[in-house]
Design a binder for this molecule. Structure first.
Ligand code: ADP
Length: 254
């Protein structure tokens, strides 16, 4: 139930492995750190990684009168999480579903979860443009969806797919809030020199060309791989990724 959700943000990517779920999780955690009440919905039915990233695997979703109670990361109930991962028996179970079943599940996630009052709902989607995206976009038309954040890496092969995401958003009437260029350079923790392993600037040039906002870069930061559980990158305020996330969240909140 999305009636009392103030802002809904979709996180999209053209390809898998570009850091979309990490970005969704860290955006949610950073917003929570700022004092907002946040929901994180994982609709990547075939590869749900949010329960793993937040170390919530094995937690149960409860059926209450009126809908599903999401899983909370803390007793303060400031971050509510819902994922197909909570409904599978074990992490290795594969979801082998045809389109209509996936569509029904995504619809149920949007209508039957008791999110309560939320400032932000972040929706982590599968890579590309699939049944899940079409369903979510159609169902969000009735409520106010702020728009989509598109995550890419700087390589031209990943950037090419971002164009398709932008076209998809335009066709489905979802505003593009902006592009995030993740894994953009590696800052050496010893000498602080930045090495642009995969080149850089592709996300920004595409944003200019497509006339959509550029939200910022997130460098490769080894801390991100170690941040399992509800640890937020802002716990390392001087790390390159924490600086990137703070800037991006500031732009999203503004
Ligand atoms: P996706 O959801 O796009 O498939 P993930 O969020 O699962 O991608 O990220 C893939 C891997 O890359 C994960 O191991 C994650 O920890 C790592 N990762 C993502 N962003 C960064 C970054 N900026 N610096 C270092 N590692 C990153």
């Amino acid at each position: 139930m999305l009636e009392n959700v103030k802002h809904i943000i979709l996180v999209l990517s053209g390809k898998g492995g570009v850091g979309k779920s990490t970005v969704s999780t860290q955006l949610a955690l950073t917003l929570k750190e700022k004092g907002y009440k946040v929901g994180l919905l994982d609709i990547d039915l075939c590869g749900p990684s949010i329960p793993y990233l937040l170390q919530l695997e094995g937690k149960d979703v409860h059926q209450a009168e009126g809908g599903w109670v999401p899983v909370y990361t803390d007793e303060d109930q400031k971050l509510a999480v819902m994922s197909i991962g909570f409904l599978l028996n074990d992490r290795n179970s594969a979801v082998v579903w045809r389109g209509p079943k996936k569509t029904a599940m995504v619809k149920q996630f949007l209508t039957d979860v008791l999110w309560g009052d939320l400032d932000f709902l972040i929706i982590d989607t599968p890579p590309g443009t699939s049944d899940e995206h079409i369903t979510v976009m159609e169902n969000l038309k009735a409520v106010k969806c702020d728009g989509a954040v598109i995550v890419t890496t700087p390589q031209s092969i990943a950037i090419e797919d971002v164009r398709k995401e932008i076209t998809f958003c335009k066709k489905t009437g979802i505003p593009v809030l902006g592009i995030i260029e993740n894994m953009s350079g590696y800052v050496c923790p010893h000498c602080t020199e930045c090495t642009n392993i995969f080149s850089t600037g592709g996300g920004q040039s595409l944003a200019q060309l497509a006339n959509v906002p550029f939200l910022g870069i997130l460098p490769i930061d080894t801390k991100l791989g170690q941040l399992l559980g509800k640890a937020c990158i802002t716990e390392y305020p001087n790390s390159p990724a924490a600086i990137g996330y703070s800037e991006i969240v500031r732009k999203i909140v503004d």
